[in-house]
Design a protein around this ligand. Structure first.
Ligand code: ARG
Ligand code: ZN
Length: 853
């Protein structure tokens, strides 16, 4: 069954208020719901309440037993007048809920996840985001087992009950859609603090975890305070309740959830200390804490009219959290990381069978649309509008948006209209970013007429066909452009913001006396692929002289990519220009270590594959290794110097500390790639001597990819040291699943039988199966065993947790990009999955779309 955007209709009934009464018990929880319902508009349709796996034990209308019908999983009541009180009662079993949607058990505690359509697994309700209600929630539970009872809003009352039970009542004064409902019951302790808002409201903050994990919550709590202050300063957004709670749980389908006043997090995005979390983890904790906090305005105060508008809250909130993270350290490095992520996840999605617009037109299962396109391309779309408007007008536009739509369920169109109004700009054509899928391609050709001092830049854009969208119209592409003189390295004029809106355009530059070099799409101002006529020498020049650090990184990446693509397609390539450019970058004293570390990294195997008409995983791996080896050998002394210079004596989570550790591990990688006989010893010493997880994991990764016998020793030491820490064990599985060894596929099959492996925990499933499926060389091993393994795991996982299983389909769906033999094997596995009896609708949608291509 397909849901279509064009079929949107206002809700037939509204529910201004709801009271929920929970008798909590893992095996059998009673849920009594009292809904005040109001007919919306002039119609005679019955009240229809969504349900999923619920059996009504009692249904009352205005105090007496109601006549109702079940229409599949939904409950339908015909009602005479316009206003009624409906009471329902159901029983659910949280401990048997392996989907982790609705009310479920994790580590002995009870928690909820309702977005997108989980609330209907808890009680009968019109489960759609444009029905906003005020919630009163009462929870009763065993006091010893569940001493802490939390829900949305503010706590209003609590007390003891018979049989060792107690109860608590919470009210949320802000009307909200049911996907933002949450409760938690458990044995938890809080790291608390007070944040005073701009207008002087004292907010009690609490981060709730197992008591033993309390020491790992300071970083998250600090990030929360920074986020609250940042949103006040940058967007003028203040928090609105007396409490803000975050709960960490170990079993969670995604990163975290922005439930009003009660965020629930995957524990991997809360817990951090130097011994167990890498710098990457620290950054991710802060970014996700910020993201969920920012949703309080972009998502909760202003929510979405329907799920087609998902990017309204997600794209905007990702854009906001990216801005927050950029302000905590290096803006350029943050941009590099975000663009790398976009290219790794969103570009492949946009060019594959699951491509969809930022605002999709239809879906079978909405959970399948929590994608890199909705989130990350969505954030790029907001960023482009911010670029076009400039900072002042953009802020005026977001102020207008928040003010106009506060307390309502809005659309992407509403957001763009505010941008237009406050920006004084016509965004009619720009709106195609919401409706057209596919990554635009820009061809930029710069020509110089030395004689009359002119340069001409020819631009051409095209948007590729995607499933269901064969023909595309030109987009508005904001391209930041600058020229540099190739001899003096001085800029030719100021940077320009060019809005390319036609298929073709031509730009002229005057007074260009020396041959110019083109710097284009600076800061990645548009999420597009740019093809230019720049030589290896030009790219090397930009990597050394561009005055935009992101553009320097880009030039280096393009040079590396051109070199590797030539190596794969022509069998050989000149490594000289890359080696020279990397040497210059390493030697440049003006650059910070974090930037250098990013700039000298080669593009990933999969990104190289994305440039080729047919991906040859083994050739890509070999050519990339060859370049790594040459870089390692040619610059061995510089790598060793960088390695030594980046040694930090004591762990400190700071931009400088992070940069040093990153450069150290990148250098270690190159020293090992060079084949230096002491490479494994260096890695092992780093691994053993580390006072933090970043260095330890860096050493382990080098060892795991090496032929050294220290590999097994290090894996054992790591395992034994962290055997009781689930999040670190995930790293142990993941590092092995990402290994570039000959025998990785075999090793991963064995790890799936390890006593610590389980598909019931999404983090563990992703650490092994998810990581392996993006290990291009190992997953695509010619015998097809990687495909078979992943398909077997997905079939098993779908029975427990369809959402998490369906998220892991895309790597198999990329069969069209590979040679006929691999493509046939991949298709065969997709067919086998599709033929599995009882396959979920989540998997059915993903797999059948993948087969159609
Ligand atoms: N809104 C949450 C966030 O991005 C994620 C919810 C994901 N839900 C889902 N069904 N995949 O912060
Ligand atoms: Zn979000």
């Amino acid at each position: 069954h397909v849901t279509r955007r064009e079929d949107y209709r206002e809700p037939d009934w509204l529910v201004p208020e709801i009271t929920l009464d929970f008798e909590l018990d893992p095996a059998a929880t009673r849920v009594r719901a009292t809904l005040s319902v109001t007919r919306n508009g002039n119609h005679d349709r019955p009240l229809r309440l969504d349900g999923d796996g619920l059996t009504p034990l009692s249904v009352k209308a205005d105090g007496t037993d109601a006549v109702y019908e079940m229409d599949g999983p939904a409950l339908v009541v015909a009602l005479p007048g316009d206003d009624h009180i409906i009471e329902t009662e159901v029983e659910i079993a949280p401990e048997r809920n392996t989907q982790l949607m609705g009310l479920y058990a994790s580590g002995g505690n009870l928690c909820t996840q309702c977005e997108a359509e989980g609330f209907r697994r808890i009680t009968f309700f019109p489960d759609r985001p444009d029905v906003l209600s005020k919630y009163r929630v009462k929870m009763t539970a065993d006091k010893a087992r569940f001493p802490v009872l939390l829900a949305n809003g503010d706590p209003v009352a609590q007390g003891d009950a018979a049989d060792g039970k107690h109860w608590a009542e919470w009210h949320d004064p802000f009307p909200k859609p049911c996907y933002l409902f949450a409760l938690v019951a458990g044995d938890l302790a809080a790291n608390t603090a007070t944040f005073t808002t701009l207008s002087g409201r004292a907010v009690k903050l609490g981060i709730w975890v197992r008591t033993a994990d309390l020491p790992k919550t300071d970083h998250a709590l600090h990030a929360l305070k920074l986020s609250m202050a940042w949103d006040e300063k940058v967007y003028g957004r203040e928090y609105d309740l007396d409490v803000f709670n975050i709960v960490a749980v170990d079993d969670f389908n995604f990163g975290a959830m922005e439930n009003k006043g009660l965020n629930i997090f995957n524990s991997r995005y809360i817990l951090a200390d130097p011994d167990t979390a890498t710098d990457y983890d620290y950054d991710a904790v802060a970014a996700v804490v910020a993201h969920e906090y920012f949703h309080n305005w972009s998502g909760n105060r202003v929510t979405c009219r329907d799920w087609f508008q998902l990017s309204l809250k997600e794209g905007f909130t990702v854009y906001r959290d990216q801005g927050f993270s950029a302000d905590q350290g290096s803006e350029a490095v943050k941009r590099i990381e975000d663009v790398r992520g976009l290219r790794a996840a969103q570009f492949p999605e946009d060019s594959g069978p699951l491509a969809h617009p930022v605002r999709p037109d239809e879906y079978v299962e909405i959970s399948n649309f929590y994608t890199a396109t909705i989130y990350n391309k969505g954030a790029e779309v907001i960023r482009m509008m911010a670029t076009i408007l400039g900072p002042q007008k953009f802020r005026a536009a977001t102020d207008l948006y928040f003010q106009r739509f506060d307390g309502t369920a809005a659309t992407c169109e509403d957001f763009v209209a505010c941008m237009e109004e406050a920006g004084g700009t016509d965004l009619t054509q720009f709106r195609r970013w919401y409706s057209q899928a596919g990554t635009p391609r820009v061809t930029a050709t710069l020509e110089h007429e030395a004689g009359d001092g002119r340069a001409h830049l020819k631009l051409r854009q095209s948007v590729p066909p995607t499933p269901g969208q064969p023909d595309k119209a030109p987009m508005v592409l904001p391209l930041r452009i600058k020229l540099f003189g190739s001899q003096t390295a001085t800029p030719v004029g100021e940077e320009q913001l060019v809005l390319l809106s036609d298929g073709d355009a031509q730009l002229s530059f005057e007074g260009v006396t020396e041959r110019p070099v083109l710097s284009i799409n600076r800061g990645f101002s548009a999420p597009v692929i740019v093809d230019t006529n720049r030589s290896a020498a030009d790219l090397a020049f930009l990597s050394a002289h561009d005055d935009d650090p992101f553009a320097r990184y880009e030039a280096m990446q393009q040079l590396m990519l051109d070199t590797l693509v030539a190596a794969v397609t022509q069998g050989r390539a000149d490594h000289g220009p890359v080696i020279e450019a990397v040497a210059n970058t390493l030697a440049d004293p003006a650059l910070d270590k974090a930037f250098v570390a990013e700039a000298v990294l080669l593009p990933s195997d999969s990104f190289i594959g994305d440039q080729l008409p047919v991906v040859d995983p083994e050739a890509i791996f070999q050519k990339r290794e060859a370049l790594r080896r040459d870089l390692g050998k040619a610059l061995e002394q510089q790598w060793r110097a960088a390695y030594d210079a980046a040694k930090v004596n004591r762990f400190e989570y700071s931009p400088a500390g992070k940069g040093a550790r990153r450069l150290r591990t990148v250098s270690l990688g190159y020293i090992n790639a060079s084949g230096a006989p002491d490479g494994a010893d260096l890695a092992f010493a780093q691994f053993e001597g580390a006072d933090n997880m970043t260095d330890r994991q860096g050493g382990l990764t080098s060892l795991v990819n090496s032929a050294s016998d220290k590999r097994i020793a290090a894996l054992d030491i790591f395992y034994n040291r962290y055997a009781d820490n689930a999040l670190v064990l995930d790293k142990w599985f993941q590092t092995q699943a990402l290994a570039t060894r000959e025998d990785t596929a075999e090793a991963v099959e064995a790890l799936a039988l390890h006593r610590d492996f389980t598909l019931a925990n999404p983090n563990r499933a992703r650490a092994l199966v998810g990581a392996f499926a993006v290990n291009q060389r190992a997953f695509h091993s010619g015998d097809g065993r990687g495909y078979r393994f992943v398909a077997d795991q997905l079939i098993a996982l779908d029975k427990l947790n369809p959402q998490t299983a369906a998220k892991l389909v895309p790597p198999l769906g990329r069969w069209k990009r590979f040679d006929a033999a691999r493509a046939a094997k991949m298709r065969a596995e997709l067919e086998r999955i599709l033929a599995t009896p009882g396959l979920s609708k989540d998997m059915t949608e993903q797999v059948s779309k993948s087969l159609e291509g």
